[in-house]
Design a protein around this ligand. Structure first.
Ligand code: ATP
Length: 396
């Protein structure tokens, strides 16, 4: 059945027969899913990879794909088989499994040939938390997430999602994923794509509600191919939350969003958390991490270099206060306390000080008495960005 066919090809197939996959190529990467994971093939005793209906025999080819894990539509469709079901709570319909952490990553290593992308990463995520993975380009965040999502095998170490192997079919209804790059059928409308994918879930959110949540009401009936980049990203987000997942992975969810849309997405993420969804996200926007994350895990060169609440990361809450201002490039500053660390770049001055009152007293005295100019004077604790740049060794 072509993926573009929302009606099940010849009309004989119902949702249960469909390979749960919404993959279309975007650029050179044939990227899988807006639907989370597809679980199939247990009929023959195989515990197939949790991603998109690929059986054990096919998975090795998929795993070894140099592009992002298994995202080949034709191959995935060919591998699809029947689903299996794990024990569920009769009332809530949720997995009835004893779970300590929603996500446990222990000594995870991921290698691509000679490249050691992830080198012993460990962290846990408790139910109801929003945890942000931070790190520079190539730090290993996506590789880590891909193992957690069941797309990629670990080279070593263990990952448990709701106490299960990430590839366990039982996670199908529990986990939502918004990848960095999701291909969505361009010729269907937003509503058609969501309606089609809603059929893959036991308890989907109402499509109209999801459209509303991501702010695509005005675009509900236009073809996906006419959406702007930011609007397509909102659709990606819509697909990720369609199944009311218990655990939601968001890989750079607001890239391309305008500032208003970004704040709308943040509110949506908070609302999801308040409704009980556990969220693991990656982002390069530190403001986003600060606004959303209960905890951040900073990864550098494949290793965790810091972990904690954004406000406390790297001793931030106990660290120096930073005074910033602009002066004329040739201006001679007053003498400041010797413990102050002064960085001057062009007309920008940054002073990290232990005694902010003393530093401000000297600076403002200089401004009043000698006519010094302190343009844009600001006083703040080290920002998350300051701490992050320090932790990751990036230039400041
Ligand atoms: P970004 O913020 O740019 O998305 P990231 O932290 O998500 O980066 P990864 O995508 O996990 O980083 O990449 C980690 C390292 O692994 C990089 O050096 C990258 O070049 C390498 N890498 C990732 N995927 C592959 C692959 N399929 N084959 C070979 N190397 C890869």
């Amino acid at each position: 059945m072509p993926l573009d066919d929302p009606g099940g090809g010849d009309g004989s197939s119902g949702p249960e027969d469909l390979p749960v996959l919404q993959t279309e190529a975007r650029g050179h990467q044939a990227v899988q899913r807006a639907l989370p994971l597809v679980w199939t093939s247990s009929e023959h005793g195989q515990s197939g990879p949790a991603h998109a209906g690929v059986d054990a025999a096919s998975s090795s080819a998929c795993w070894s794909d140099a592009s992002r894990a298994c995202r080949n539509t034709a191959e995935t469709l060919a591998c699809a088989g029947p689903r299996r079901h794990a024990p569920r709570d009769a009332e809530s319909g949720r997995l009835d499994l004893p779970v300590v952490s929603v996500l446990d990553v222990d000594s995870l290593c991921v290698s691509y040939g000679p490249v050691q992308a992830v080198r012993g990463v460990s962290f846990s995520v408790a139910e109801g938390e929003i945890v942000g993975l931070l790190g520079a380009n190539g730090a290993g965040k996506t590789s880590t997430l891909e193992v957690c999502e069941g797309y990629r095998p670990a080279s070593s170490g263990t990952v448990r999602v709701l106490g299960l192997e990430p590839t366990d079919q039982a996670l199908r209804q529990e986990v939502g994923v918004v990848l960095q790059d999701i291909g969505v059928t361009p010729f269907l409308s937003v509503r058609e794509v969501l309606t089609r994918n809603a059929a893959y879930y036991d308890q989907p959110r109402p499509v109209a509600e999801v459209i509303d949540l991501v702010g695509l009401g005005e675009k509900a009936d236009v073809r996906v191919q006419t959406l702007s980049g930011g609007q397509q990203r909102r659709l990606d987000l819509a697909l990720g939350i369609l199944g009311s997942p218990r655990l939601l992975f968001l890989d750079e969810p607001t890239t391309g969003f305008d500032p208003g849309a970004r704040r709308g997405a943040w509110q949506l993420v908070r609302d999801l958390r308040d409704q009980g969804t556990t969220i693991v996200l990656t982002t390069h926007y530190l403001e986003e991490a600060e606004a959303l994350a209960d905890r951040v895990v900073v990864i550098a060169a494949g290793e965790v270099v810091a972990e904690g609440a954004p406000a406390e990361l790297g001793g931030r809450s106990d660290g120096p206060t930073v005074v910033r201002f602009r002066v004329d490039p040739g201006a001679v500053l007053p003498a400041l306390p010797t413990s102050d660390q002064i960085v001057r770049e062009g007309d920008h001055v940054r002073v990290a000080c232990a005694d902010v009152v003393e530093t401000l007293w000297r600076l403002t005295g200089w401004a009043r008495e000698e006519g010094g100019v302190l343009d844009g004077l600001s006083v703040q604790r080290a920002t998350l960005e300051d701490v992050y740049l320090q932790l990751t060794g990036a230039p400041r």
